[in-house]
Design a protein around this ligand. Structure first.
Ligand code: ADP
Ligand code: MG
Length: 440
């Protein structure tokens, strides 16, 4: 549905008022032919979309009664709207096309590269796009910055506008939602946002971690959620963290986020990073040798937007300097992005040093013999980071950690991996240490 029952009633009232004002019989005849067929099709914040029989009648109607209708609208609606008239056999497509424009058409399922880190999120998104409302509701997608959440949501929207153009799809960031609500409250017109949100068939809310903690915003979203859910309308939410890690959000709302399916997007592995680079380079017509792609894929591992950034910056460099892209040029051009350390192998010493600093102990304690928890945990974290960030074997990691056995290293790494799965805050902490080391 593209309008609320109240809006429909108001439109009917406009027509009725007009009819009542025509008193001579000839006019009434014309009214029957030209005005009565006008049906409300959709309401947007700017315009009323009205369908009529065919364009000939619509043109005639507009030139004769257009102004009159335009002036009658505010009397009933309390505000003026643009009026957009289209023949009934075209209006669905036209309105769908207009809606699509809130989506970014660049982001599709076709150009989303699938790897182990995102295949589950991809499959779930596709399933939801194929059967909105009755597969997984809500679909909750979470993952770090630049890993493809917004891309997937747009892909769902774009897919739907192609396959099911009649559906009313809305993609909004939680910030935009908060702002519109605050504005609505200030102007005493919250009903506008309410009808916009509650009359969609698919509601996508991006970056829900920024949903304002104010009661009014959460209350509004809560009721919207319930209404859409009860009517089996699809809800899709994206966030940088899982529902239970959203302390700003009321418990009743948070628990609803988990009613459907929760999927995460991990950082892409090396293979996926390479595919993304290849694909994007081809798309943008950037001629980039394989070893340069490897250099980027090795050094940029946590953010796909950053991978793209490297390509763009290489391309700009090549054009400006009128040079070919090669490894030397890439090292210089990307030095700001990749850091001075890049290219030189990361050593266990550097990692031990950074982890010790993070925990406020000295590196010697990590490689030393103490087994108290305050030391053992940073030690295992450092082992884990070594295994993640360097190509070192568990045996050589053991050696770098004061001559420990490789099984001790394996045990330490497994413990950290498990703890990261169980405890999101801890996972963030370890990832933060890794990104600090990456930046150094
Ligand atoms: P997020 O919303 O998770 O922060 P985005 O969806 O904005 O991330 O993605 C950042 C950039 O990376 C976008 O340009 C997007 O097209 C691209 N991107 C992310 N994941 C993929 C992927 N799997 N395949 C191709 N491009 C991707
Ligand atoms: Mg995003």
């Amino acid at each position: 549905m593209n309008y609320t029952p109240e809006e429909k009633a108001k439109w009917d009232k406009v027509i009725q008022t007009l009819e009542e004002n025509m008193d001579d019989p000839a006019q009434r005849m014309l009214f029957k032919t030209f005005i009565r067929p006008l049906k409300l099709y959709a309401v947007t914040p700017e315009a009323l979309y009205i369908s009529g029989d065919n364009s000939f009648n619509l043109n005639h109607m507009k030139s004769r009664w257009g102004t009159m209708i335009y002036s009658a609208v505010p009397l009933v609606f309390g505000r003026s709207y643009e009026l957009e008239y289209y023949p009934e056999n075209q209006i669905a497509q036209i309105v769908a096309q207009l809606r699509k424009s809130t989506l970014n058409s660049k982001y599709t399922f076709e150009n989303f590269i699938v790897g182990p880190s995102n295949q589950f999120a991809f499959a779930a998104s596709l399933a939801v796009a194929e059967n909105p409302g009755d597969t997984y509701n809500p679909l909750f997608i979470y993952g770090g910055v630049g890993l493809g959440k917004t891309h997937l949501m747009n892909a769902i929207g774009n897919f739907l506008s192609g396959e099911k153009p009649g559906l009313n799809v809305l993609l909004m960031t939680s910030e935009a939602m908060t702002n519109e609500l605050i504005e609505g409250i200030a102007k005493k017109k919250t009903s506008e946002l309410r009808s916009k949100l509650r009359n969609v068939d698919v509601l996508m809310v991006d970056d829900v971690q920024f949903l304002s903690r104010t009661k009014a915003t959460q209350e509004e979203f809560f009721h919207t959620f319930n209404k859409l859910y009860d009517e089996k309308k699809q809800i899709i939410i994206a966030s940088d963290r899982p529902p239970k890690e959203l302390p700003e959000i009321e418990e009743r709302l948070r628990s609803r986020f988990e009613w459907g399916l929760t999927v995460d997007i991990q950082k892409p592995d090396f293979e996926t990073r390479m595919s993304i680079l290849k694909e994007k380079a081809a798309e943008e017509n950037i001629d980039i040798p394989y070893d340069v792609m490897e250099y980027i894929a090795h050094n940029v591992n946590s953010n796909i937007r950053e991978l793209e950034g490297c390509l763009t910056s290489l391309d700009a460099h090549a054009r400006l300097m009128n040079a070919k892209i090669d490894l030397d040029m890439a090292r210089t051009a990307l030095s700001g992005r990749i850091g001075a350390q890049a290219g030189q192998p990361l050593t266990a010493e550097t990692i031990i040093e950074a982890v010790a600093r993070h925990y406020g102990i000295v590196p010697g304690e990590i490689t030393g013999k103490k087994r108290s928890r305050e030391i053992a945990l940073p030690r295992q974290v450092a082992m884990y980071v070594c295994r993640e960030m360097t190509g070192m074997s568990t045996t050589s990691i053991g050696q770098a950690f004061g001559g420990r056995d490789h099984t001790t290293v394996m045990h330490g790494c497994d413990k950290i991996a498990e703890a990261m799965k169980a405890d999101f805050a801890f996972k963030k902490r370890v990832e933060e240490i890794i990104s600090i080391i990456e930046r150094e």
